[in-house]
Design a protein around this ligand. Structure first.
Ligand code: FAD
Length: 403
């Protein structure tokens, strides 16, 4: 039996950032357990057809969080990253226009522009109607019927593959914020207006996939990281993990839905965990290089299974080909390299906030801290997961700052 102050479950960005922050603070009593043979979680990459491919889907580093950049640049220096100004497009009416649609209608022909402009002008939010509670109704309220029917509804049916009425509206700050006035202005001066919450400017490694920095962070932990070691048993009364690791505190970045199979969870907490939903994503590689300058393309057409195309030749030096992201429920027959991510997106259902709050409250009473995408069931990017882990490790070692 080995004893540690912290046993960290999962070596994705969250577990890695928590562990390295402990190290920096001089706290050495920890170990990280990871089910996969490589560190990095959803941010891992592999070489496919001679170039890196991000097997968890297209991953780009947002440049807004300096403490996160400082940590990552220790392992992959700034000079090894290329800065890109985001080019992302939407396939609509047989052409490709910039994202978000409501800022880029000016790129369409006059009749199509009129159709969509009319849609936005008649939207509930422009007419002063109250914001609806369900995501499905919110789409028409925000962008009008035509944009809802031709783009937002089919796209969201594809990516989530659940009844859209089950989705809440508490996460919409993650979507672009473009007012009707800005849409009109875009059409009048033929340039995009409004804000995109993430990745307006992003970094991608020059000579590697996104996974390289996380792999290096894993390697640097040496024997404090146990790879190919799934957590398969947790005895809560003694805080013992896999029969041989005793924890002061358990840091869980693995999905809560795994916990009922490995630990004695009380029935009320288990029923909350059962209400946490997630989507699985297949990443499929194709060797053709597409004629577009976009880094990625959104495709709402429901006659094709994928919802997003990543044109890696436009962000990964010297590469060719593209990969697609498809909700696994819609996947067709495998026709080349495919990687299935069972846990890809936590789903923001109306039931989620109450369910996850109850789980985290119970965890907090048992010296268990839920962190990251699966520990808080938050649809967060890797920079946010790292920032959260840095802050939590600081708090754990140094205590809360004075009020
Ligand atoms: C399609 C897609 C695109 C994305 N694009 C971006 C982007 O452009 N930019 C960005 O910053 N972020 C992006 N993200 C989000 C990013 O992937 C996550 O924020 C990040 O991976 C979260 O890190 P994490 O450590 O919390 O979770 P994960 O990366 O999921 O790591 C969890 C780890 O726990 C391990 N684990 C699970 N069960 C067990 C077990 N029983 N025992 C031991 N280990 C276990 C897993 O193997 C995994 O390594 C994207 C995500 C997806 C799905």
């Amino acid at each position: 039996m080995k004893e540690y102050k912290y046993v960290i479950l999962g070596a994705g960005p969250t577990g890695l950032a928590f562990a390295h922050t402990l190290n920096t603070l001089g706290e050495n009593s920890f170990v990280v357990l990871e089910a996969n043979a490589t560190a990095g979680g959803l941010c891992r990459s592999r070489d496919v057809d001679g170039s890196p491919l991000d097997i968890g889907g297209g991953h780009f580093l947002d440049v807004k969080q300096q403490p996160v950049l400082d940590l990552l640049f220790r392992f992959l220096p700034r000079a090894d990253w290329q800065e890109h100004r985001r080019v992302s497009t939407i396939r609509i009416r047989g052409t490709e226009i910039g994202y978000p649609i409501e800022s880029n209608l000016w790129q369409l022909g006059v009749d199509d522009r009129l159709d969509f402009l009319e849609s936005v002008a008649q939207a509930g939010c422009v007419r002063g109607e109250p914001m609806p509670e369900s995501f499905e109704k919110w789409i028409s309220w925000k962008l009008g019927e035509r944009i809802a029917e031709e783009y937002m509804l089919p796209y969201n049916r594809k990516i989530w593959s659940i009844d859209l009425n089950a989705l809440g509206t508490y996460w919409l700050h993650k979507l672009p914020d473009v007012s009707f006035r800005q849409t009109l202005k875009s059409c009048l001066d033929s340039s995009a207006h409004g804000t995109i919450p993430a990745h307006g400017v992003f970094l991608y490694p020059k000579n590697f996939g996104y996974g390289e920095v996380w792999k290096r962070m894993g390697d640097a932990l040496q024997n404090r990281l146990l790879l190919s070691t799934p957590v398969n048993k947790i005895d809560l009364p003694t805080m013992t993990v896999n029969d041989n690791l005793r924890a002061g505190t358990i840091i869980s970045s693995i999905p809560w839905t795994v916990w009922p199979g490995i630990a004695g969870i009380p029935a009320p907490v288990r029923s909350r965990i059962e209400r946490l939903e997630y989507a699985s994503i297949d990443v499929d590689y194709r060797e053709q290089t597409l004629a577009t300058t976009a880094h990625w393309v959104y495709d709402p057409d429901e006659s094709v299974p994928y919802h997003r195309i990543l044109c890696r030749n436009n962000f990964s030096g010297g590469s060719r080909g593209y990969w697609t992201e498809t909700n696994s429920k819609r996947a067709d027959a495998e026709a080349g390299f495919r990687y299935r991510n069972e846990y890809a997106y936590p789903i923001n259902t109306t039931a989620k906030p109450d369910a996850i709050n109850g789980v985290l409250e119970w965890a907090g009473q048992h010296q268990i801290t839920g962190l990251g995408r699966w520990g808080t069931w938050e649809h967060m990017n890797s920079d946010v997961a790292v920032a959260q882990a840095i802050e939590a490790a600081n708090r754990a070692v140094q205590g809360s700052p004075p009020e």
